[in-house]
Ligand binder design. Structure first.
Ligand code: NAD
Length: 284
């Protein structure tokens, strides 16, 4: 039986980062692309994620300004910092790591960031522009999924795409992105009846539910492209996806691993979004 080709997100991310690094080192201006990152509180995972984002940004030549705020920071204090960063011409991207403490309204914070400095693509204006097929900044994980799909050379136009998961950060923007490319998109979620009847028609199946190895080969159409967005931390401290990799590899045509699939490319897309905001702001 022919096994799926494994899509190496880590290597693709490295290629994108190398290209970006070359562009940044060729800049003829002393104003360097700069990303402000903000963490509120001491969520361990958030600190690991943001440290990684800052490190990778610095590796390609993007400067970072990291703000570590204590968990008792008020919504007003955070809003004041965002206003300051919105006005600061030396800052081209602002990232507020989610989740925020319960005392702070996440949507209020997302909406306070200047849409042109939004690097996550979560601002309602950017989500709206994506719906209108006039994208400005698009969310990083959907961009990562699209990049992976494009590497397979499969035809997106007219393809049956099934996305499992309808979050604002993955499923919904990804559905818009692929519909804009003329795919026939179905969004499934926890209330979907007879999930398999949908997934078995998918030429491209994208899984973003947060349930370890939930999707086995019985959900997958023969030779489908399967993109696994899930990141699940197991009791033994290892990480696995939402797709049962060992079972699906004999049925899919292309498959992403976890780790080293969508994850590293998501960070690469954050760097691309920062670069794009920078070039637009400097009119380069
Ligand atoms: P979420 O928790 O906001 O939403 C999960 C979605 O899955 C919901 O729409 C829910 O209805 C659906 N769902 C849950 N159980 C289901 C089931 N049994 N059948 C069908 N649908 C079901 O999720 P999210 O924030 O989009 O994250 C999803 C997963 O992707 C998580 O594992 C998360 O860690 C991971 N993630 C990875 C990246 C990355 O960079 N690789 C980025 C974001 C999220």
């Amino acid at each position: 039986m022919k096994q799926a080709i494994i899509l190496d997100g880590q290597q693709m991310a490295q290629e994108l980062n190398n290209q970006l690094k070359a562009k940044i080192s060729d800049l003829k201006t002393s104003i360097m692309p700069t990303l402000a990152t903000i963490i509120v509180g001491d969520n361990e995972a958030s600190h690991i994620y943001v440290a990684n984002k800052n490190k990778q940004a610095n590796n390609v030549g993007i400067q970072t300004k990291a703000f570590y705020l204590t968990s008792d920071t008020s919504e007003n204090e955070l809003l004041k910092l965002i206003t300051k960063l919105n006005q600061d011409e030396s800052v081209h991207g602002i990232l507020v790591q989610l989740p925020l403490p319960k005392s702070i309204n996440e949507q209020t914070i997302i909406e306070a960031i200047d849409a042109n400095k939004d690097v996550d693509g979560f601002h309602p204006k950017n989500l709206g522009l994506l719906m209108l097929n006039k994208p400005n900044t698009v969310a990083c994980t959907p961009l990562a999924c699209l990049h992976l799909i494009k590497q397979t050379n499969c035809q997106i136009s007219g393809a049956n795409v099934v996305i499992i998961g309808r979050s604002n950060i993955v499923g919904k923007p990804l559905a818009a992105l692929l519909a804009n490319l003329d795919a026939t998109v179905t969004i499934c979620h926890a209330k979907t009846k007879n999930l398999k009847t949908h997934t078995l028609s998918a030429d491209i199946l994208i899984v973003a539910i947060g349930n370890p190895r939930f999707i086995d080969e019985s959900y997958v159409k023969e030779r489908a492209v399967v993109i696994d967005v899930g990141i699940n931390r197991l009791a033994n401290k290892t990480i696995c996806g939402d797709v049962d990799f060992a079972k699906v590899i004999d049925k899919a045509s292309f498959l992403t691993p976890v780790p080293k699939g969508v994850g590293p490319l998501t960070i690469a897309m954050l760097l691309q979004n920062t670069w794009n905001n920078y070039t637009k702001q400097l009119k380069l």
